[in-house]
Design a binder for this molecule. Structure first.
Ligand code: SF4
Ligand code: SF4
Length: 308
């Protein structure tokens, strides 16, 4: 089959991952997400467009990037390099890797986001075909939110299925039912986040309602898909025992019988700084399974398998 010509905006392809679905996975990270979770460990995934990240620790403050950008997108603001991404024409447009990146003598700048074809991704994925076949692993679409680039996601999933590769998605579930239903046709497993049981609280920290998310989760379960709901447990947001009871109710409404609890951590903090963004959880302690035993027990007491 001749290769297609569509492009997807991808910001990473990670091989040998063991945390993103069964066994060993290759994870393809899609750029762009409809949610804006303030605790997101991949803040570079949220904007659909290419972004330039600046590493303060490597910077020599020579201002070469400021002087070389043809669109005046790079500025030195009070000793910090800031990129106005609305002005940036993007690496691959102003030059192959981005003039600012190419000219930086300290390798302090890097681009997040690259247009890739399905064939380019498949070339990487196929390098590990023997591992998937031996171990039962496969490929996980992550992000960001892959359903924001539905046609590209479907093309990629079709190519994976044509090679008999196990497919999974890490999804927010926030997509129109029509798109969601088309994408999941080619998926073996959905790792499906649920951020808050209460709609107003969900909107408060993610910018969107949980209603379409729960509807899509219910649809996927009723369609017989393997769905693993996952709950990022965030301090002072969704970690009270009343919250656990609220989640139990929602999970029962959609027909889920299990949930994975993901205790809050600060893994993404440095990336917020590199994007010139504030991080809302600097002084918030990470959670550990032992902090959440009572929380976990409420699910178990209500017939929902809850694990870490
Ligand atoms: S990638 Fe090109 S347009 Fe964008 S900030 Fe760098 S030099 Fe400027
Ligand atoms: S070119 Fe590189 S080292 Fe020089 S100011 Fe820009 S980011 Fe810093």
């Amino acid at each position: 089959m001749k290769s297609e010509t569509k492009y997807g905006m991808i910001f990473n392809i990670q091989k040998f991952s063991i945390n993103d679905g069964p066994v060993i996975r290759t994870v393809v990270f899609f750029k762009g997400c409809p949610l804006k979770c303030t605790w997101c460990a991949n803040p570079e995934s949220q904007e659909p467009r290419l972004q330039i990240m600046w590493d303060e620790k490597k910077c020599l403050y020579c201002n070469t990037c400021v002087m070389s950008c043809p669109t005046l997108a790079v500025k030195n603001v009070d000793g910090k390099i800031k990129v106005d991404h609305k002005r940036c024409s993007g690496a691959g447009v102003c030059s192959e890797r981005g003039i600012c990146i190419e000219k930086c003598p300290a390798h302090a700048l890097k681009a997040e986001g690259e247009r890739k074809t399905v064939d380019e991704i498949m070339q990487v994925v196929m390098q590990d075909l023997p591992f998937y076949e031996e171990s039962g692993g496969g490929v996980t679409l992550s992000g960001g939110e892959a359903t924001m680039q539905p046609e590209f996601a479907i093309e990629l999933l079709k190519a994976l299925k044509a090679k008999n590769i196990h497919t999974a998605i890490e999804t927010t579930g926030f997509a129109s039912p029509a798109i969601f239903q088309r994408v999941i046709e080619y998926l073996d497993l959905l790792l499906f986040d649920i951020k808050h049981w209460n709609e107003a609280k969900h909107k408060e920290k993610t910018d969107v309602s949980n209603v379409p998310i729960l509807k899509n989760m219910k649809y996927a379960i009723e369609a017989g898909k393997e769905v693993l709901p996952r709950l990022p447990v965030i301090p002072d947001y969704n970690n009270s025992l009343d919250d656990a009871r609220g989640f139990v109710q929602r999970l029962k409404e959609v027909g889920a019988k299990r949930v994975q609890l993901l205790p809050f951590h600060q893994f993404g903090e440095n990336k917020y700084h590199m994007l010139g963004r504030d991080y809302a959880f600097t002084d918030v302690k990470a959670l550990h399974p032992e902090d959440l035993r009572d929380f976990q027990q409420i699910f178990i007491d209500n017939g929902i398998e809850a694990f870490f």
